[in-house]
Design a protein around this ligand. Structure first.
Ligand code: GTP
Ligand code: MG
Length: 197
């Protein structure tokens, strides 16, 4: 699947500008700077496909990528970034909510959580919304290269119990790093399974 061509498709600043639905779609969501765009690049093996940045708030629109004509990958703007104007934050929040709740071919949302920080209350709010709207999601821990093994195990255990009773949560938690590629093959496999369902 990911050995094929990955191509930028389009950007949508509003839900009115979404591209037509095609095939199976998956989205990468999470707080600003959690590593969404970096993981999109690691997954596709193309380092410059999605734009990344050290400063939060880099991705400001929904960015759509076509994977071999069968899969559409969506790099979302991050939430929870306080240092931008309130009107902009509200516009992003509306865009994220409208997209997540209204996209019929959205098979799964990969909810990225920084492995160093764990679930923040703003993440919990987003999970509440996804559970309520019955949008299925899977937790993906990012920046796993920055933690020791014991810390990783504790983090995974904590998140496992936090999602145990959440109806839309997929039980498997993935630990990834875009730096050293750990967990990336497992994430690819998880995506591939969605296509064969
Ligand atoms: P926004 O678009 O602003 O919401 O951010 P984003 O979630 O797309 O994050 P992005 O991929 O731009 O990465 C943010 C920062 O985290 C950059 O400085 C990356 O180099 C760093 N980063 C991303 N992935 C990893 C990782 O696996 N390990 C480490 N150590 N740093 C990472
Ligand atoms: Mg980004």
């Amino acid at each position: 699947l990911f050995a094929g061509v990955a191509d930028f498709l389009s950007s949508a600043p509003t839900v009115a500008a979404l591209p037509p639905m095609k095939g199976v779609e998956i989205a990468f969501a999470g707080r600003s700077n959690v590593g969404k765009s970096s993981l999109v690049n690691a997954l596709t093996g193309r380092n410059t496909l999605a734009r990344t940045s050290h400063t939060p708030g880099r991705t400001q629109q929904l960015n759509f990528f076509d994977i071999g004509g069968r899969l559409t990958l969506v790099d979302m703007p991050g939430y929870g970034y306080a240092a931008v104007e309130k009107t902009k934050v509200e516009a992003w929040t509306d865009l994220i909510h409208d997209y997540l709740k209204g996209r019929a071919n959205l098979a799964r949302v990969f909810m990225l959580i920084d492995s160093r920080h764990g679930l923040k209350s703003i993440d919990t709010d987003v999970l509440d919304g996804l559970d309520k709207a019955a949008v299925s999601y899977q937790i993906v821990l990012t920046k796993g290269d920055a933690l020791k093994k014991a810390e990783i195990e504790a983090r995974i255990a904590g998140i496992r119990s936090a999602i145990a009773k959440r109806p839309a949560a997929y039980p498997e938690i993935l630990l990834t790093s875009s730096r050293d590629d750990r967990g990336v093959p497992e994430l690819r496999a998880s995506v591939a399974r969605l296509l064969s369902e």
